[in-house]
Design a protein around this ligand. Structure first.
Ligand SMILES: [Zn+2]
Length: 100
């Protein structure tokens, strides 16, 4: 009682159905955190807040991962770059290592 067609064989049919639209390992649609809080100006001195948008390697997270809208992503990038300049945020992972 083994049905060969189910397990493998020539999978013409199951190839078609196996097509997830936009494979998201993250949440599909996230509303921009700044829009929710109606924050217009992103403070570069607010390091704790900025850290959430920076990876462990010190890189700015992409818009897709954080769900930030284009308008706020621009401001956020600017704020992070300013914070980096003032040594509030690291540029690279090596900076983090040197500081412990
Ligand atoms: Zn926004």
């Amino acid at each position: 009682m083994v049905d060969d067609r189910e397990s493998g064989g020539r999978g013409d049919n199951d190839r078609r159905t196996d097509r997830p639209r936009g494979r998201s390992h993250f949440q599909r649609r996230r509303i921009c955190a700044f829009c929710v809080d109606k924050i217009d100006h992103i403070d570069y001195k607010d390091v704790n807040m900025l850290r959430r948008f920076v990876s462990d390697q010190g890189q700015i997270q992409s818009r897709r991962r954080t769900g930030t809208c284009a308008r706020h992503q621009r401001r956020l990038t600017l704020a992070i770059k300013r914070a980096r300049f003032l040594a509030l945020l690291p540029y690279t992972a090596e900076h983090i290592r040197t500081y412990g």
